[in-house]
Design a protein around this ligand. Structure first.
Ligand code: XMP
Length: 319
């Protein structure tokens, strides 16, 4: 639209003025906000921007490859890809408490990001995909006096000893405007319209302890579920949809034999801001078809249930 074209031009101007010939680093998560931020800044200052993708091994099927292909390959943006999935799994081993998981993931994320940032000679700025609602929330949280960076946000909190100034070109925008700006910048529609995804990733969709086996099962089940949603043309009607792998095994029958495998829960909600949400009303036929396909295609799952809880009293995620 014309307004986004104008915003794009103004934002590029402002970025050039702010940054001059200094270097900028930007954390990529695979989500809409950091992607739009990176592409916009790249358009403004080219190779003065380096992106850092800390791959914690908790992304969905194919997501890490997609980030590397799109930014390193297609856009040719200098991209540091740190695969730290083994380290994260090790640190998460035996951890069941949800807040403990978040702490470990958030802390390790900042540690690795910081390591990579130090290596970029002359980096003076950190780019973040902070949106207007984040700014408002932070201002009210700080009593109107200061803007603090939301600690659970994708790039994490800003370490005190990292003396980088912030570049936040999306600060005036709401989510739907960021999506339009992404379209204006020519980002692929699958990325632009992507559902929100939590920073701690699949770790908080595996209640109990996380193992490589459980992660692999969840990735497959989630991919089948999302594929069915897309095929049914429902993706854009839903705020978030995902599978959860329960730490419970139940008995089933497979051919003539008894099976004893995990339960997979499916979640889909409508919402306008994530603060409140309603369970999405799929047809029974859709759910039955999806359950059958998951059980046939995903080894390790023999039962599928659908979560009909609203928020409140439930939350969108299971932990
Ligand atoms: P809940 O589960 O609290 O989720 O209803 C509301 C929204 O926030 C996302 N979420 C998170 N995002 N780090 C994030 O970056 C987190 O630790 C986290 N926990 C929940 C959730 O996916 C939903 O969009």
């Amino acid at each position: 639209s014309w307004s986004m074209a104008a915003y794009r031009a103004r934002a590029i101007d402002a970025i050039r003025k702010q940054v001059g010939d200094a270097k900028v680093i930007c954390g990529l998560s695979g989500g809409v906000d950091s992607s739009v931020t990176a592409v916009l800044i790249h358009e403004a200052i080219g190779d003065q921007l380096t992106c850092v993708f800390v791959d914690h091994g908790l992304l969905r099927k194919g997501e890490a490859e997609e980030v590397v292909r799109l930014f390193g390959g297609h856009y040719n943006i200098p991209l540091i890809h740190r695969d730290v999935s083994e380290m994260f799994l090790e640190r998460l081993s035996g951890v069941s408490d949800p807040e403990q998981k978040r702490k470990i993931i958030g802390g390790s994320f900042i540690e690795v990001f910081d390591e990579e940032a130090q290596k970029i000679d002359g980096a003076r700025f950190l780019a973040q995909g902070t949106l207007y609602p984040d700014v408002i929330e932070s201002i009210s949280a700080a009593g109107g006096s200061d803007v603090t960076i939301k600690s659970h946000h994708n790039v994490g909190g800003l370490p005190d000893d990292m003396k980088l100034d912030l570049v936040e070109p999306l600060r005036e925008l709401f989510k739907d405007e960021v999506r339009n700006l992404g379209r204006e910048l020519g980002l692929p529609e699958v990325l632009v319209s992507r559902h929100p995804f939590p920073g701690p990733g699949l770790a908080i969709r595996i209640p109990g302890d996380i193992t490589p086996e459980k992660l692999a099962i969840l990735r497959e089940a989630d991919a089948v579920y999302l594929d069915e949603i897309r095929k049914a043309g429902l993706y854009d009607d839903i705020w978030q949809a995902f599978a959860v792998l329960l730490p419970v095994k139940t008995v089933g029958v497979m051919g003539d034999a008894r099976s004893y495998e995990y339960v997979c829960a499916l979640r889909a909600v409508t919402s306008s801001d994530g603060m409140t949400a309603e369970s999405y009303g799929f047809s029974h036929e859709f759910l039955a078809r999806t359950a059958t396909r998951i059980i046939n295609a995903v080894k390790g799952v023999n039962r599928v249930v659908y979560d009909v809880t609203s928020k409140p009293p439930g939350t969108i995620e299971w932990e």
